[in-house]
Write a protein that binds this ligand. Structure first.
Ligand code: F6R
Length: 362
């Protein structure tokens, strides 16, 4: 039931404040973080290996930044189809974590089975608690996104990010990298996230107007730095999946090592740049793009827009949010840009060509 929405994807995008609340209430108590039994003590984890496919992989890639920066935990991330055949050594003290909406993705399940008996512990972050990946894990953490029908993953992605961030915060505390006060401060912002997300949903009109122009493009680039790099990759994936426009993402700093050769007046460049600690760096890359005629869609907040918005072709303004939570909020403009571009192109957003919701063959 689309509940009055034209597409499941639109409904699932709009549901995010509700399902994010559900994910948060599953893992946060009044006073802190609570994982289901047997829990995880990250003080005893030497290394975390995260494996997934597609959008779930981008959730893992985002979480790598969180686990490393917040918890000082060494993290490896990989796509399941490469990991499973590479015969990667699994060192003692390694916890392996698999992220999958369906819990049935063939490559991810095979990667899990490769780690079984080698890793100290197998964790999974899944939407379907009775799935194969959940059943074969030592601890399965449900994301509480509810059934996701649109082939392009939206609410599962933000719920995966939520659960992974809670795990990274737990790791930060377990490993003595975060005080109780610092934890409470981040948890307060996290509890406010559904409300902030809801406010951002109300700003969808600018995104729709921009998307109508993006629909004319043949190629679109996404740029981001730090936490916005994995999100840029997710934005490009979402756009190509449902609008069939060729889209690529690059880490902003990589631009001058090759991709800048692609820039001309016909290539819109979506720059994901909240006014965070890396803002100045990303904006200088944005200026390099503009100097070569590239048309920049700047996705930022009010502070970022007041500094750099005047130069951009289009500016999309998100509510302010603390840096660590930016991937959760900036997923929304990435999703809406893809959605409205696909609508403008007249494609079937819920059932894009050649794609299946659950990839149970390799
Ligand atoms: C993208 C998308 C796919 C899935 C990937 C993994 O919108 O939906 O890239 O993320 O096929 O699927 P799960 O999470 O079910 O393992």
């Amino acid at each position: 039931d689309k509940d009055g929405y034209k597409h499941f994807m639109a409904k699932e995008i709009a549901e995010q404040p509700t399902v994010l609340s559900a994910a948060l209430s599953a893992y946060l108590t009044e006073t802190g973080i609570a994982l289901p039994d047997p829990g995880v003590d990250f003080a005893k984890v030497d290394r975390l290996t995260m494996v997934a496919c597609g959008t779930a992989y981008y959730a893992c890639f985002t979480a790598k930044y969180w686990f490393e920066q917040l918890a000082g935990l060494p993290v490896e991330v990989d796509i399941a189809s490469e990991f499973r055949y590479r015969e990667p050594p699994i060192t003692p003290g390694t916890t392996a974590l698999f992220v999958s909406q369906s819990g049935e993705t063939a490559d991810t399940l095979a990667a899990l089975r490769y780690c079984a008996g080698k890793a100290e512990r197998i964790l999974s972050v899944v939407n379907v608690p009775e799935s194969s990946i959940a059943r074969e894990s030592d601890l399965a953490l449900p994301i509480h996104a509810g059934t996701e029908i649109g082939v392009a993953s939206t609410k599962a992605f933000t719920c995966q990010l939520t659960v992974l961030l809670v795990l990274a915060l737990k790791a930060a505390v377990d490993r003595g990298r975060m005080t109780e006060d610092q934890l409470q401060d981040v948890l307060a912002s996290l509890r406010a996230l559904p409300g902030t997300f809801n406010a951002a949903l109300g700003r969808g009109d600018d995104i729709r107007d921009t998307a109508h122009e993006l629909a004319e493009a043949r190629d679109i680039l996404f740029l981001g730095r730090g936490l916005m790099y994995p999100l840029a990759l997710e934005g490009a994936l979402k756009l190509k999946e449902i609008s069939y426009i060729h889209a690529e993402a690059y880490a902003s700093g990589e631009l001058k090592h090759g991709p800048i050769a692609l820039i001309d007046q016909s290539v819109p460049v979506v720059v994901m740049a909240p006014k965070d600690s890396l803002f100045e760096k990303t904006i200088s890359n944005m200026q390099e793009v503009m100097a070569r005629g590239g048309k920049v869609v700047l996705v930022t907040d009010a502070a970022g827009a007041s500094i750099a918005g005047a130069d951009a072709w289009k500016t999309i303004v998100m509510p302010e949010i603390r840096e660590v939570l930016t991937p959760l909020l900036y997923a929304l403009p990435a999703q809406l840009l893809a959605y409205h571009t696909a609508i403008a192109k007249g494609t079937d957003v819920d059932q894009p060509r050649n794609l299946a919701k659950s990839v149970t063959v390799e």
